[in-house]
Design a protein around this ligand. Sequence first.
Ligand SMILES: [Zn+2]
Length: 293
Amino acid sequence: MDNYVLRGADKGLNVRIFAAKTTNMVEKARKIHNTTPLASAALGRSLTAGAIMGLMLKGEKDKLTLQIKGDGPINSIVIVANSKGITKGYVSNPSVDLPLNEKGKLDVSKAVGEGKLTVIKDLNLKEPYVGKSNLVNGEIAEDLTAYFTYSEQQPSAVALGVLVDRDYSIMASGGFILQVMPNAEDEVLSTIENNLRNVSNISKLISIGKEPEDIINMVLDGLDPIIFEKKEIDYKCDCSKDRLEKALIAIGEKDLREILEEDKKAELTCHFCNTSYTFDEKDLKDILKRVKA
Ligand SMILES: [Zn+2]
C-alpha cells in the first residue's frame, strides 16, 4: 500500500488516533492541478485531513465535504472524501504564490486568510449534517482542531504536513488526527502532550522514512498503542458526462437557450480532475427538451 491510514488507540482506550501517509496521493493532485508549492501545501494538508475524516464515517455510502473559505489569495479549498478512502479536491487558485513566512516555511496561513471552515457529512439521511467554525490561523491543522473541539465537542489534536521538493514534486505528505475519549485519564493526556513535542514536524518525519506506525508509536509512546485497521487511500475522481449534465441543467432554460443560440455548444470542466466534457448542439437540444418537460 502506497498511501494508507492506520486507525489505532492507546491500550486503555483513552484516545483514538488516525495516522496517514499521503505523499503519492498529493503528488497525483499536484500533477492534475499544476499547483505551486504553496497551493500544494494547502491542498495536500486538506486532502490528508479529508481522507482521514472520510474514513471516520460509518456507512458504506457516506460522504464528506471539507470546505475552507478564507479571504486570502487561494480563495477556497474543497475536499470530497468517502468512507472507502477515495478522496478528491481542488483549490480555487492553484497558482497562488507568496513569500515564505518568518519561519522560512510556505505561508499557507496568509494564502488562506480569515474565514470559515465547513464540514458537510452526507450520511444518506434526509438532511446532511453541516458543521461550521471560524478559521483560527489558516494553517488548516489548527483550524480543524478548533472545528472538532467547538463544532463537534470533540477535543482533538491535528497535525498535517506537506514537504515540497525543489522540482515542485511532493517529497512527503501525511498527518494524524487524535481524539480524546470521554473520561480519558489526565495522566494519559499529559503523557501524550509531552510526546506530541517530538512529532511536531510531520512531513519531515515522513521524509526521513517514518511510517504511520512509527508516528502512532511516537504519539502514544509509553501507552501500549494498538493498531485496529489499515486502510488504503487514493486520489480519484468519479465524474462523468451525466454528472456534468446535471450542472448544465441547473443553470436553467433561459441561459441554456442562450448558449445554444450563441455558441451551439458548451464545454464543462470538472473541478476535481480537469477533464473537459463537450456538449454539442444535439446534446444541448436534448437537455433543453428535458428541462422543459
Ligand atoms: Zn472529475
